[in-house]
Design a protein around this ligand. Structure first.
Ligand code: ATP
Length: 240
């Protein structure tokens, strides 16, 4: 089962000493079951806040967030957040119910970490640790997968490898996926639609369909054309 999420008239302000500071204003967004939706926008525009609202981790100040069913949520943070004193096997075990424990070796193998169950995070490169974090999110077979700049801490080559892996994992194990990214190529390579946030407080300034077949080649001229348009829109929202 995969889950659709509906955000209707969602606004959110964080409490401050001087009263609530509005971050998001009147967001209307229907996230379709099993689609990958990328959230892009300038730093501080409210992408992570929207991700946490869609996960049910934050409650809107106004409006509502509705799920088509009660979702099992997998979350990949900007950094791997593995506990250094536990093996990879134990790190994954910590987040998943017993019925998924037998799937841990396969989940690690799917991200290129076959046979590394007994390694500790300190024995991994940054890219390997981030792939372990992806395995940790996927091992529970989430209905909703949240990716908060999953390649943000990686060099470009490792990031592009992770994108290819994510694309193929999403084919094997579909989930309603929200991807926060600063990287236009990442958004266009992975997403079925791209939601652009802009302004202060942020509104949804554009919702772009990406009708290219998966898997996508980042050097495909049609994909590069989308990337160019997205960059233009991010620089000058009113000009596209
Ligand atoms: N827990 C919090 N309490 C108060 N303000 C917060 C909190 N979390 C985020 N903010 C503020 O909300 C705004 C949006 O933050 P958010 O992290 O959602 O943006 P973002 O688009 O994900 O940023 P980035 O791309 O830099 O990660 C920022 O001004 C930030 O300072």
């Amino acid at each position: 089962m995969s889950v659709a999420i509906q955000l209707a008239g969602v606004s959110l302000g964080y409490p401050t000493a001087g009263g609530p500071r509005p971050v998001l204003s009147n967001i209307n967004l229907n996230i379709r079951s099993s689609e990958t939706l990328a959230l892009v926008g300038r730093s501080g525009s409210g992408k992570t806040t929207l991700l946490n609202l869609a996960a049910g981790l934050l409650t809107p100040t106004r409006g509502s967030v509705t799920f088509s069913a009660s979702p099992r949520v997998g979350y990949v943070f900007q950094d791997a957040r593995l506990l250094p004193w536990l093996t990879l096997q134990a790190n994954l075990k910590l987040v998943c119910p017993p019925e998924f424990h037998a799937d841990i070796p396969q989940a690690l193998a799917r991200v290129g970490l076959a046979g590394r169950e007994q390694d500790h995070p300190g024995q991994l490169s940054l890219g390997m640790a981030q792939r372990a974090a992806v395995a940790r999110a996927l091992v529970i077979r989430p209905d909703v997968l949240l990716l908060d700049e999953p390649s943000g801490a990686l060099d470009e080559l490792t990031a592009s490898e992770l994108r290819v892996e994510l694309a193929s994992l999403l084919q094997v194990q579909p989930a309603t996926t929200l991807l926060v990214t600063h990287h236009p190529t990442e958004a266009v390579q992975l997403a079925d639609r791209i939601a652009v946030l802009g302004g202060q407080p942020a509104t949804l300034t554009r919702l772009i369909e990406v009708p290219l077949a998966h898997p996508r080649d980042p050097d495909d001229p049609a994909l590069l054309d989308f990337v160019r348009q997205l960059r233009l829109h991010l620089r000058q929202p009113e000009a596209v």
